[in-house]
Design a protein around this ligand. Sequence first.
Ligand SMILES: [Zn+2]
Length: 326
Amino acid sequence: METRLDRYEGAREKKLAQLKQLIKESKYVVFLGGAGVSTESGIPDFRSGEGIFNQESGLSYRPVDIISHSFFEAHPEEFYDFYRRKLCYPKARPNKAHRALVRLEKQGKLKATITQNIDNLHQMAGSTTTIELHGSVFRNYCIDCKEKYDLNFILKSKGVPRCKKCGGIVRPDVVLYEEHLEHENIDNAVKAIKRADLLIIGGTSLTVYPAATFAQFLKSDRVVIINKSSTYLDLQAMLTIHDSIGDVLDTVISKYIPRKKTAAKSTAKTKSAATKAKPKTTAKSKTTTAAKAKTTTSKAKTTSSAKPKTTTKSKSSAKPKKKEKE
Ligand SMILES: [Zn+2]
């Protein structure tokens, strides 16, 4: 007798088969991800119940206020205290989601990995096509002379990190609230999406600008959403899977690209993966009503976030966060 769990599992299998088929049919896949991609690596997201925005900051300010440009300028000591404790995860390592994406990239299908994360995990997993919309905690520079510093320098410094050459403040190459994203990153992300024949959006609740509007640049209706919680694009997407991004990508991409390719792993494992890959032919792309992910905003061009910000630096406009997570 079929139980509710059976039906749930059946529906899930069907969706995974659809995703596999969509990837198979595509030649130019682009992935757009958020904090949900990193949670399985032990990095908290911002907006979920256990997210950074809901944690105690340990200071008398709200986390969401601390990671802003104006706060950074006014209270650098407190900013760095919070930043080192809550935004830097030097020991985090890539998880199944990062590794599955790299497999897809090596196969030539995945042409760009656009991330709102600042943790370098896609690159650590081997990605060479990552576009970091919000910068990276691994890159830091002196506001005055532009000398570059690594993450370790920030973590080991006390108080406000100062440049060894000129004494200027060393800041992360991360986009804080009130700061603009780098135009080059936005341009590259939009260009990739315009060329894409499949856009997979995962681990993001699509609440942060401008990433939330990127789907509108897709020229087809082939959008797939993989996120634990719902997003505003769920109903318009060709396929929506409310599940862990790591589990979904690992399951689907492992079937599509048998692990045997990567190494001489245990044959037994490969075997079972191959067998499982059978259901491939099943579902076709379920073309529901996929609408194009149109958003109300009209062309969100480069403007970005919020406030205009006058940065201190020139190039860096970075923005930190606005991440989303599931
Ligand atoms: Zn300097």
